[in-house]
Design a protein around this ligand. Structure first.
Ligand code: BJW
Ligand code: ZN
Length: 263
């Protein structure tokens, strides 16, 4: 029988076992096995089918709010129908074993929270926290899954309950600053951790991609979990090639930690 953690290097297993402070830094790949598309994977990524400049910029929203809002409603509906996978559950479980675990995600879904993680720093905002494009007042979605917004459907954004301007998705578009609280918490955690796990991110989008570099500069061990190579490969101490939902439970087991609960 295959040993489930035979591919985990012993030095990494020991580092995880002994670490006091761990940062789990995630990207779209961690949600791939929940059926949520990544951005840059060649055949399946969102940017292979959609133009990022036409959808994920403030200019795009100003020019075509209905196209942009419709696209985000389509994606929000997918997330609401999705379930956390074994990688999200393993990350949540890890918090029970590590004295200080900080989850920092670039993802705009809520699958970490739905797997039980708390205090997650969302560097690129959330699909579930819209706000006014003018006065920034937070807005609340009606409960439930949006009514079948199929791909490509134009939907006029709702009006702000305070000032009547168009409501925008609560995500961070290209050229926009990251939310200050989340970014400051992420930098602090990266610069004070013993181990940073970079999971399912192409490590291409800045400033988020600085985090593993800051951890390395501060002397932490950095391990990457990704089926493909990234620019971080050359500097990371360990590159575990494979799907997060397969590797993460094995990584916990290699450190002697209980496996995540199956739902
Ligand atoms: C698996 C898997 C499995 C698959 N298991 N793994 C320095 C140099 C050059 C450019 C810049 C720079 N600094 C800033 C910039 C500009 C820009 C940027 O970085 N551009 C680069 C693309 C070149 N950055 C910005 O604009 C940022 N803002 C900023 O810098 O503000 C300062 C400023 C203010 C004012 C004026 C000027 C500057 C903001 C970036 C916001 C990014 N937003 C998006 C969209 C969010 C909303 C939405 O969801 O629509 O965030 S873009 C998109 O990329 C999304 C993601 O969070 C982000 C990162 O992607 P991620 O998660 O890494 O996904 P992928 O698809 O790239 O990778 C998935 C990985 O998973 C792959 O490696 C797979 O192999 C792997 N995988 N299956 C494990 N089962
Ligand atoms: Zn408003």
């Amino acid at each position: 029988m295959k040993n489930p953690h035979q591919d985990i290097p012993a030095t990494l297993a020991r580092a995880l076992q002994e670490a006091r402070r761990v940062v789990v830094f995630t990207g779209a790949g961690v949600s791939a096995e929940s059926g949520i598309a990544t951005f840059r994977d060649a055949l399946t990524g969102l940017w292979s089918r959609f133009d990022a400049q036409a959808l994920a910029t403030p200019e795009a929203f100003r020019s075509h709010p209905d196209i942009v809002w419709g696209w985000y409603e389509w994606r929000r509906a997918q997330v609401l129908r999705a379930e956390p996978n074994a990688a999200h559950r393993a990350i949540s479980q890890l918090a029970r074993h590590v004295p200080g675990l900080t989850v920092v995600t670039q993802n705009v879904d809520d699958l970490h929270e739905r797997a039980g993680s708390t205090g997650v720093a969302h560097l690129h905002g959330s699909l579930h926290a819209p706000r006014c494009s003018a006065c920034e007042a937070p807005q609340i979605f009606a409960d439930g899954i949006p009514s079948e917004p199929e791909e490509g459907r134009r939907i006029a954004p709702p009006a702000c309950t305070r000032c009547g301007s168009a409501v925008r998705p609560g995500v961070v578009w290209f050229g926009e600053s990251l939310p200050g609280d989340a970014w400051n918490a992420a930098i602090h955690a990266a610069e004070h951790c013993d181990l940073l796990l970079s999971i399912g991110t192409s490590a291409l989008v800045y400033p988020a991609a600085e985090l593993p570099q800051r951890a390395l500069a501060a002397g932490a061990m950095v391990a990457q979990i990704n089926p493909a190579a990234t620019p971080l490969d050359a500097r990371a101490h360990h590159n575990l090639r494979g799907a997060a939902a397969e590797i993460m439970p094995g990584l916990l087991a290699s450190a002697g930690f209980e496996p995540p609960q199956t739902p």
